[in-house]
Design a protein around this ligand. Sequence first.
Ligand code: ZN
Length: 647
Amino acid sequence: MPLSPLTFLPFPLGSITPLGWLKNQLRLQANGLSGHLDEFWPDVKDSRWIGGNAEAWERFPYWLDGVIPLAHLINDSNLITRVNSYVEYILDHQAEDGWLGPRKMVIYAGGTEFLKYDLWAQFLILKALVQYYDVTQDQRVPEVVEKSLRGIDNYIDRIPLFDWGQFRWFEVLIPIYWLYDLKSLPRPAGDVLVADADEVQWLLDLAVKLHAQGFHWGDFFSRWPLTQPTPKGRWNFAGHVVNNAMAVKAQGLWCRLTGDESDRHAVYDIVTKLDRFHGMVTGVFTGDECLAGKRPAQGTELCAVVEYAYSLEVLLSIMGDPRFADRLEKIIFNALPATFSPDMWAHQYDQQVNQVECSIRERDWNSNYNESNLFGLEPNFGCCTANLSQGWPKFATHLWMGLEEGGLVAIAYAPSRVQMLIKGVPVTVTLETDYPFREDLHLSIDVAQPVEFPLLLRIPSWAKGASIRLFYAGTTYLPEPGSFFRIERLWEGKKEINLHFPMQPSLLDGFRGAVAIQRGPLVYALKIGERWQQVNTENPYRQLPHADWEVYPTTPWNYALAVNGGSLDEDIEFENRDLGDCPFSPDGAPVIAKVKGRKLPGWRMENGSAADVPISPASSDEPLEAVEFIPYGCTNLRVTEFPVLRK
Ligand SMILES: [Zn+2]
């Protein structure tokens, strides 16, 4: 049985060019940790993957998986040259049995020929190499990937999947399917095009074997026992936050092979249950580092943020559900930027939705160390330091997708340009916008010759009253929120379209009756004054600019909000500010909101975090004040979930 086709086809790296604030943000990232780890951080600079003597596991491939697209999106020739030299080294050093990079031995399983190696980092490097092929068309890559997969096929006959490789087995379906699709392309033979199904069947057979040995996420969630916060000290693979964020796409990838409706259903089952028992108002779920329940003072690991986003990008391509894109934007515009310092030189391991102090203190994490919410180089553990690199770049490369029959789909929105051939005709579509900070998006569609194709525009499910104005036809449509609006026509010359997505405020349900404010794709949080204090100064790798920081509040945060039953339009006043060079920062916030509230003197800190939100409605004799909110992604300290003030 062949693979079922994708609903939407991702474009190869290089087709989409970031513009405006997105280009600026990627440049910021390259100027920060991501673009410099290979110059100073031993786990990348001296990695055993490139002949050094430092880390031999996931960090180098994690970093490559993000910086390959980053370097090409901003066309940074220096970074491209460095990245190419590392990939060259890895391609040149493949072992005879197909193994890529160093072998990290786990335990002996018999004589020397039965050494036991976890396959996770092999899966990861293959995902990075596939992206490398997209931009370079380096013909060694398919050969290296095939040799690696044949080696894995051989290896798991004797050493079945275990540990990370077992719980993340589905990640290798991405390079398996890639090679399958590439080798299935009809090739010229004499006067005709032929494809040989027998040549690629072994890839699907390998997928079936991996599935049989891998952890069955869909089955596990059907009778899922992890509905409570993980008890302290009970770290485990099945409750691991990053494994779960990756596993959101597991059944989606698998259903390309089975075509089974129950696998598609399982995707929604996993997302719904994670939301219900561990979900945060920012679209992610907690895990510090195993699933941690609904308290807004629990942590979410940065690796889980970027992996959840990537899972949604993969699912959008397979299943085409616009709700996945609503979630993707929510995570990328809120949870992702919030967990970095504005200059992207420091990141957190764990972010909190209510985060009133970042400091080295014992908190109620399930198993992470006390420094996990510091902004720094490698707080708690260095996985996120490497893996953070994929967040923005992969979002940028999945903004647009194609249709098999020729056509274009707007998946998620940020300023960008996409260039492709449709029916052999060069087509350029440019999106100018300051979305998600503004409500208007301006599209221009430019074709070299007249060509007919459909253009699908995603209408966010929150965008009540959305409108699409076709300037060339003088018509305006009122599309259904939560759908793709299809425009099919013979495109000629240059045509202009305006999208208007009205952003109305609404309240999200938090923990124990608390509320959070959302408007459009952005969640809003209280702006708290900050004092940054450098720590770990004795560590040579934690010096400026890649230093570690504690952040202490300098203004009150313990409010109850007067959002009690009237119109939110009257209760909350939004005001646009200039969109500067650093929009995801407290001072650069492009939108602010004024909300009235009273202090609750009894709501205090516990172990460095905000105590549980008081039960609503809350009473207070303190004076009514107008307090300032900014988008969650612009904050470093914040309160997001609040009690409601008694009327
Ligand atoms: Zn991590």
